[in-house]
Design a protein around this ligand. Structure first.
Ligand SMILES: [Zn+2]
Length: 87
């Protein structure tokens, strides 16, 4: 397989043309707590995943056809893909 281009040079999937979303694989490890109320009511578990570690893939994949489309470096590329569409 030929070498994939860096993600920041890719604006669409070369296989299917999808220019909306890509994904990276994350492998999680760790342990956490899940809160429950004595009274039977649900409690706030919005931070239940904060204690997990994520190992991130070195490739980015097309959200539509699942083919690898680019190289991904979580530390270098991650900060460039956190823009908010709706504020
Ligand atoms: Zn695709």
């Amino acid at each position: 397989m030929s070498k994939l281009p860096p993600i920041q040079e890719v604006s669409a999937c070369p296989h299917c043309g999808n220019d909306d979303e890509f994904y990276v694989m994350q492998t999680y490890s760790g342990r956490g707590i899940y809160r429950r109320g004595f009274d039977g009511y649900v409690t706030d578990n919005s931070h239940m995943y904060d204690c997990l570690d994520a190992k991130v893939s070195k490739r980015a994949y097309c959200m539509t056809c699942d083919k690898p489309v680019a190289q991904w470096d979580e530390n270098a590329d991650g900060p460039h893909y956190i823009k908010q569409k709706y504020d």
